[in-house]
Design a binder for this molecule. Structure first.
Ligand SMILES: C[S@@+](CC[C@H](N)C(=O)[O-])C[C@H]1O[C@@H](n2cnc3c(N)ncnc32)[C@H](O)[C@@H]1O
Length: 217
């Protein structure tokens, strides 16, 4: 079935139907596209049950479960080969590739932001902090170097991300800093010495020695 035909079947006014649109992206991600009409119907049914009426805290619980099962998984040789190639190609440290959530800092961050903040989150991980921030600030650019972390997160979250959450896969120190940002967040201890002069023009909240520090010029 073509995307156009499937979209025509859906009434975009209805939130349940909006959820169904994600099924298309699921199908694309899993490589099962193009799909037959009956396969599409089955996917729609499955998706409706999975994401209907989920709240952000519920999503974060699911992300936590996914993360916990992932760290228990023993890496295969192919995982390690891909990992080595990724870090070699980008000349980064292995430690810069791994995702490890920083939940204990979230309360401080959430208390420190303002409703009109536009945030550049360096090392966004699986977007759990950014989902919470999306309710409290104007806009977030969430930058994560590891595409696998984002791919896995999107499998849980779906593509119905909050509209003010812009996800960028790349090295936050190499992409141009968006001109509208008011605050940088960096929960990644090993890189705080690396803030660029342009970054240092902004307010920065960063993790250091187990607490959140603030940099202001
Ligand atoms: C300690 S985790 C923190 C994740 C997230 N902020 C949280 O609180 O759960 C650091 C994350 O930074 C990412 N990272 C490391 N270096 C990066 C860079 N130069 N640009 C973007 N992301 C980076 C890693 O892949 C990892 O997911």
């Amino acid at each position: 079935m073509r995307i156009k035909n499937l979209k025509e079947k859906l009434n975009l006014e209805d939130s349940t139907k909006l959820a169904e649109i994600d099924t298309l992206s699921d199908a694309l991600l899993s490589g099962s596209f193009p799909i037959t009409e009956s396969e599409a119907e089955a996917l729609l049914e499955k998706k409706k049950k999975r994401i209907k009426f989920r709240t952000i805290p519920q999503l974060i619980k699911t992300l936590e479960k996914f993360y916990n099962s992932d760290i228990e998984r023993v890496p295969t040789l192919s995982d390690l080969t891909l990992f080595n190639k990724f870090i070699e190609d980008r000349k980064i440290l292995g430690s810069e590739y791994w995702f490890c959530p920083e939940d204990n800092f979230y309360d401080t961050i959430l208390r420190s932001v303002k409703p009109n903040d536009i945030i550049f989150d360096i090392g966004a991980g699986d977007l759990r902090l950014d989902l919470l921030l999306s309710r409290k600030v104007q806009k977030i650019y969430a930058v994560e170097i590891n595409p696998e972390v984002i791919a896995n997160a999107l499998k849980v979250i779906g593509l119905s991300l909050p509209k003010n959450l812009i996800v960028i896969v790349g090295n936050a120190f190499e992409i141009p800093l968006p001109s509208d940002i008011t605050l940088i967040i960096a929960l990644m201890i090993h890189r705080c010495h690396d803030f660029t002069p342009e970054m240092k023009e902004k307010r920065i909240l960063y993790a250091q020695q187990g607490s959140i520090c603030e940099f202001r010029k």
